[in-house]
Ligand binder design. Structure first.
Ligand SMILES: N=CN[C@@H](CCC(=O)O)C(=O)O
Ligand SMILES: [Zn+2]
Length: 419
């Protein structure tokens, strides 16, 4: 089936020869076509160009022509870091923080990730699935057209596999591409508080082999942080994951910088995520690698912690991706449009740099760059169409508002997820 978008005010980030990702100054230099058309065939981008190159005969065989007068057509956004499957919100901790407790203090009292794990243990798979799908639908309405889902609120073999099965079901049923990450090393369960080695052993010798055997994950993650998994434990867990075909995407440098980036890179990490605290050696390690740094500004906003130095990363010639980190503890929001605003307002990225970080580079951070992230022939027609506007900055400028006219998934207007 063919669909034709015509009179597009600006068609943003077109590529004739697609590249895997953009870095440094390239992130501000995307190609745009004014007064453009875009042809979609069988859910993929088939052709695009200036309206003057479109002729009467091009309309033949087209099922629908959509007039985009005044609107911009943009690659769909990609969320490369979420904890979308969880049992309950943690609004009480939100209030505890208002009264002065920190995220780390709440965790030390048995709240935080352990609180979510206790709630998830009792929740049926069916309910976890339904609630995660409701969240996913909300995310698609704010432009998300590809997503990662982590486990990590199980912390027993049974519950981790349960979370991953839910994520795999979402992967099968969702109209947008989903990638799944195993995060058994998210926190030490209370019963292993005095026997950390026992939990590492469980992850390496039981969980990872089971996850690989049942093909439940694409990637492996570790929360490499003081009070969670140290460098040596991270090193061993990532090595075991890689041995079983799981490429690392790692939580590092959220509160402390102590070498997690280099360790992740040594294991061929696809991305390192958070990076709120960075040492000079961390920048050097990234500069020598092909690993995508991922910033999560909504987490910084919600926890009132430092923001990833995104401006500095780009100015040093590095690439950058942006994601939500959607989870009940540090980021109860899956809204990438808000991330776009924070990236511009707080991190001082230009609207174009932030767009590249939310599309092309985010697709790379999820291994989806060949099928998503830019307007290129053969890529999936996952697109966002703006309301009438005069500049790309219109979208992040209107923070907290949805300035999208529609979201197109595989060439079709998104309305609702099928039950
Ligand atoms: N920092 C580790 N994991 C999540 C938060 C998990 C939680 O608090 O439930 C994050 O990326 O922020
Ligand atoms: Zn996270």
């Amino acid at each position: 089936m063919k669909r034709l978008l015509i009179n597009i005010k600006k068609l943003v980030h077109v590529e004739d020869q697609p590249v895997p990702y953009l870095r440094g100054a390239e992130m501000n230099q995307v190609k745009e076509i004014a007064n453009a058309f875009l042809e979609i065939e069988d859910g993929k981008i088939a052709r695009f160009g200036e309206m003057s190159d479109l002729h009467g005969g091009d309309i033949a065989g087209v099922a629908e022509v959509l007039d985009c007068e005044g609107k911009w057509v943009i690659p769909g956004l990609v969320d490369s870091h979420t904890h979308l499957v969880f049992a309950e919100p943690r609004a009480q901790e939100f209030e505890d923080r208002i009264h002065g407790l920190t995220y780390e203090e709440i965790a030390a009292r048995g709240g935080g990730i352990l609180n979510s794990a206790a709630k998830l243990a009792d929740k049926p798979e069916e309910d976890l699935y339904d609630e995660a799908m409701t969240r996913l639908e909300e995310m698609i309405h704010t432009g998300t057209t590809g997503v990662e889902i982590k486990s990590g609120y199980g912390l027993t073999t049974e519950a981790e596999l349960k979370m991953l099965r839910v994520a795999q079901r979402i992967k099968r049923m969702s109209p947008i591409p989903v990638r799944v990450t195993f995060l058994g090393a998210h926190a030490f369960p209370p019963e292993y508080k005095e026997n950390k080695e026992g939990y590492i052993d469980l992850i390496i010798n039981e969980m990872i082999p089971a996850v690989a055997r049942e093909e439940l994950a694409d990637y492996i993650d570790v929360f490499c942080e003081k009070g969670y998994f140290d460098l040596e434990q991270t090193d061993r867990i990532l090595a075991a994951g890689v041995k079983h075909g799981l490429r690392p995407k790692v939580h590092v440098n959220q509160f402390n910088a102590f070498g997690g980036i280099e360790t992740s890179i040594n294991h061929g990490a696809l991305s390192v995520d958070h990076l709120e605290v960075m040492n000079p050696e961390d920048f050097d390690a990234l500069l020598k690698s092909e690993c995508m740094p991922v910033a999560l500004p909504s987490c910084s906003f919600f926890l009132s912690i430092p923001y990833t130095p995104g401006r500095e990363l780009i100015d040093k010639g590095l690439p950058l991706a942006l994601a939500t980190d959607y989870n009940p503890g540090s980021t109860p929001s899956g809204n990438l449009l808000f991330v776009w605003s924070l990236a511009c307002i707080i991190m001082k990225l230009t609207p174009t740099e932030a767009l590249v970080a939310l599309t092309h580079n985010a697709a790379f951070a999820l291994g989806l760059e060949k099928e998503m992230g830019s307007i290129a022939v053969g890529k999936r027609a996952n697109l966002i169409i703006s309301e009438d506007m005069n500049s790309l900055g219109h979208i992040p400028y209107h923070f907290g508002r949805n300035s999208l006219d529609r979201v197109i998934i595989n060439g079709t207007d998104f309305r609702h997820l099928e039950p």
